[in-house]
Design a protein. Structure first.
Length: 162
């Protein structure tokens, strides 16, 4: 199955509107017993809590947040040795493609700390999207040019900043 075929299947199922969400996450398809699949390599699996032989997949999912309304709309095989692309490159490509080519209207994107790089955050901001993610405790953020950089734990989280 190709990413284009996946979109053709999902397109008629999604209930897309500005209050919908996009979720970007990666997973490892466990292939520990396979010795001849070309892109299988040792990589970290959160589900296994360690290294496994598997295929890395970066997924883009559309949801309204309602039960049963989660549909994958794009994916990329993570194989940096083959295409030179990082997981963050795939993040950016899939997000831009969802908005430009697929005309997705969802305005909120959810992703874990792996994708919370400054390049991704700036892209999401430039696109006028809202994001929810987690940051590692050693990261700093800038809420305004005047205030400079601060650790998230030191931010005065008022209601207008939530």
């Amino acid at each position: 199955m190709t990413a284009r075929h996946l979109w053709e299947l999902a397109q008629g199922l999604i209930d897309d509107h500005p209050n919908a969400y996009l979720i970007i996450d990666d997973s490892v398809q466990d292939k520990r017993y396979s010795r001849s699949i070309e892109l299988v390599k040792r990589q970290y699996s959160g589900a296994e809590g360690g290294l496994v032989r598997g295929l890395g997949v970066v997924n883009l999912v559309h949801t309204t947040g309602k039960e049963g309304a989660h549909y994958p709309i794009d994916f990329r095989i993570y194989a940096k040795e083959a295409d030179g692309k990082t997981k963050n490159d795939h993040f950016q490509e899939m997000l831009l493609r969802a908005l430009d080519e697929k005309q997705i209207q969802a305005k909120t994107i959810l992703f874990d700390t792996w994708y919370a790089s400054w390049k991704n955050l700036k892209l999401v901001h430039r696109l006028g999207l809202i994001f929810y993610t987690t940051l590692k405790s050693n990261r700093v953020v800038s809420l305004s040019k005047e205030d400079g950089y601060v650790y998230p734990k030191d931010v005065d989280w008022t209601t207008d900043r939530l």
